[in-house]
Write a protein that binds this ligand. Structure first.
Ligand code: CDP
Ligand code: CDP
Length: 219
């Protein structure tokens, strides 16, 4: 029997990464941050001096990444840079890139590593494209202002001196690209439970999510 999948999608700084980590921990499931795959493609191209707007080069880069490369990239601190995130948002609109990363994500969901009893995947299109049959689908979101404030605080916490107007503009630009692209645009699955956490603490979001999980996945 296939193992249960919990799909967590949402826009940038909606708190999906934080939630996915805690849900995976609570359930003892394996976790895949799928944004890291697109970031990994962008970072590899940036380091090679490749043009991020070159769709063929992006597709070739995504196809060339091995599981070992992905594992190494997920531990690279430069993966979290804003330039990497913006690059990820560009290469993720390329159909060939999405296709190249599809098999890796599905294989992870079907066969979670370390014999884990299930998998949590977080991203933009897990409930709609990657795992349309996921047992649980959550779509976490928050207003663009709240998300920009969270990203701003994160950057400050890293010792950077961001300009709030720039962070907000970047957030809007990324939302725009993610929701309007032709392939796998960011949209809640019809059967997703939407959690707008603009006014919720991370703990409240976790409690809400686990209540949904318990309802959909009776022990
Ligand atoms: O954490 P944050 O939401 O800022 O970024 P992320 O989840 O690491 O994703 C970086 C970029 O990768 C996003 O802006 C999306 O364009 C893209 N992405 C995607 O297209 N599909 C996914 N399943 C995950 C990320
Ligand atoms: O993965 P994604 O980009 O969607 O967001 P994240 O990195 O998990 O969270 C962005 C920031 O929002 C983190 O600093 C969280 O502590 C904070 N936050 C949250 O995740 N959930 C809330 N309800 C409130 C704040």
């Amino acid at each position: 029997m296939s193992r249960p999948v919990i799909a967590i999608d949402g826009p940038a700084a909606s708190g999906k990464g934080t939630l996915a980590r805690k849900v995976a921990e609570a359930m003892g499931y394996a976790l895949l941050d799928t944004g890291a795959l697109y970031r990994g493609v962008a970072l590899t191209m940036i380091r090679a001096g490749a043009d991020l707007g070159d769709a063929d080069a992006a597709t070739a880069t995504a196809r060339s990444l091995t599981a070992t490369d992905i594992d190494r990239l997920t531990h690279d601190p430069d993966l979290r840079l804003d330039t990497t995130a913006s690059g990820a948002s560009r290469v993720s609109a390329v159909p060939g890139v999405r296709q190249a990363l599809l098999d890796f994500q599905r294989a992870f969901a079907a066969n979670p590593p370390d014999g884990r009893p299930g998998a949590v995947l977080d991203g933009r299109d897990i409930g709609t494209v990657i795992c349309p049959d996921a047992a649980v689908k959550l779509f976490v979101t928050a207003s663009v202002d709240v998300r920009a404030k969270r990203r701003f605080a994160e950057l400050q916490g890293r010792g950077e001196k961001p300009d709030f107007a720039d962070v907000l503009a970047d957030m809007r630009a990324r939302d725009d690209r993610d929701t309007k692209r032709a392939v796998a645009p960011l949209v809640p699955a019809v059967d997703a439970v939407i959690i707008d956490n603009s006014d919720m603490s991370p703990q409240q979001v976790l409690d809400t999510a686990l209540a949904v999980v318990r309802e959909k996945l009776p022990a």
